[in-house]
Design a protein around this ligand. Structure first.
Ligand code: PLP
Length: 405
């Protein structure tokens, strides 16, 4: 007699865990589905054992990997390195988690010393000061746009990691990545490059000597302001260390966010091209406005790193961030300008399809003491614009109204 299965057990098991049926054609979904399972099993324990032991590819536990996240990692690795480069990636729960993983991996078997660019995202500076320094890592800050100072710092501190951004946040400085890469390689020091602002469409840091490339996936790659994530790409022994560290600390990206990031990346080159073109026109327009004191944009002939920009950036693309100072403005005047925006979103983040404006003194660089901020050149009249894919004349019209508010 067939034993009746309780409704409670049916609720747990029915419909799930289907094996292919005899003669069933194997099907392939045209896009990677969202795999939410926390764990995986096989027809026999021997196979699971071999997967656990990394003898054969497969899934075992969500903190170790997930098919949706694996697909995203393969995609971003291909964008940064091309296929079959021997590199691999680890997707993390945020850009900051990715920077943390890259630094921890680089320092694992190396000297606990970092040479870091003084021009970095505020939270990255905060992580160095609040997490790595208290853990006994010596951090030395250098102007990465001063080749001689950088060479001297690397020689003196013999770092276990060198950290920089391709286009710095928020003043859009562009260090000579090729020369930094050569210095790093000569010193056998791993170079970690945060390529969030530039993206692999503008520059691919591995071609210039980077050993780790990091992104906040939250920004251009995902591009729609609806997900958070980060990713580290590296190769060789460091990839093995990165993966093993990740299994232990578990900063992994969940399958829903991996799916959204992957979906966003499909249109990333199209969006980025349009955003870069819009940004160039907006920077030119801002440069003609009497209310604007100074424009920061890598294509500006007066940009201090123009030689690096010409040599390193490809395809006539210069990124899609434009920062500018409003003549004589204090915090109140900047707030008035941002309150007057009708289309540009006055919110924290960047790289989305919609244009966004941020006030660095209040947001990205808020935790840095005002005096130090001033030393870095981040003044109270500086705003940062992330240019979106809207019609450029509409963005300019919004800026025009806000500048006269
Ligand atoms: N790197 C840069 C250059 C950034 O601008 C940001 C965030 O704004 C991050 C990293 C951190 O990314 P997330 O906010 O995804 O942690």
């Amino acid at each position: 007699m067939e034993k009746k299965v309780s409704l409670h057990s049916t609720a747990v098991h029915a419909g799930d865990r289907k094996r292919p049926q005899k003669d069933q054609a194997v099907f392939v979904p045209v896009t990677t589905p969202i795999h939410t399972a926390a764990s995986y099993f096989y027809e026999d324990m021997e196979t699971l054992d071999r997967v656990f032991g990394n003898e054969i590819p497969g899934q075992s536990y969500g903190r170790y990997g997930n098919p949706t996240t694996d697909a995203l990692e393969e995609l971003v690795t291909a964008l940064e390195c091309g296929p079959d480069s021997g590199a691999g990636a680890l997707a993390c729960s945020s850009g900051m988690a990715a920077i943390h993983m890259a630094l921890s991996t680089a320092l694992m078997d190396r000297r606990k010393s970092i040479v870091a660019a003084s021009q970095l995202y505020g939270a990255t500076l905060g992580m160095l000061a609040k997490v790595f320094e208290p853990a006994g890592v010596n951090v030395h800050y250098v102007d990465f746009c001063d080749d001689a100072a950088l060479a001297a710092a690397i020689k003196e501190h013999r770092p276990g990691a060198i950290l920089m951004e391709t286009i710095s946040n928020p003043l859009l400085r562009v260090p000579a990545l090729d020369r930094v890469g050569a210095l790093a390689q000569a010193a056998s020091a791993p170079l970690i490059v945060d390529n969030t602002f530039a993206t692999p469409l503008v520059i691919r840091p591995f071609e210039h000597g980077a050993l780790f490339v990091v992104h906040s996936l939250t920004k251009y790659l995902s591009g729609h302001g609806d997900t958070m994530g980060g990713i580290v790409i590296t190769k060789g022994d460091d990839l093995a260390v990165l993966r093993s560290l990740s299994r232990t600390v578990g900063f992994t990206l969940g399958p829903f966010d991996s799916y959204l990031a992957m979906r966003g990346i499909k249109t990333f080159p199209l969006r980025m091209e349009k955003q870069c073109a819009n940004a160039r026109k907006i920077a030119e327009w801002l440069g003609t406005q009497p209310e604007v004191e100074r424009v920061y944009f890598p294509a500006d002939p007066k940009h201090p790193d123009t030689e690096n920009v010409k040599r390193l950036f490809s395809g006539g693309l210069f990124g899609a961030m434009v920062s500018f100072e409003v003549k004589g403005a204090d915090r109140e005047r900047v707030f008035r300008l941002m309150n007057a925006l009708r289309m540009i979103v006055p919110a924290t983040s960047l790289g989305d399809v919609h244009s966004m404006m941020l006030y660095p003194a209040m947001a990205s660089h808020r935790d840095i003491a005002p005096k130090h901020r001033a030393r870095l050149g981040i003044h109270d009249n500086l705003v940062r614009l992330s240019v979106g894919i809207e019609a450029v004349e509409d963005i300019i019209a919004d800026l025009d109204t806000a500048l006269h508010a």
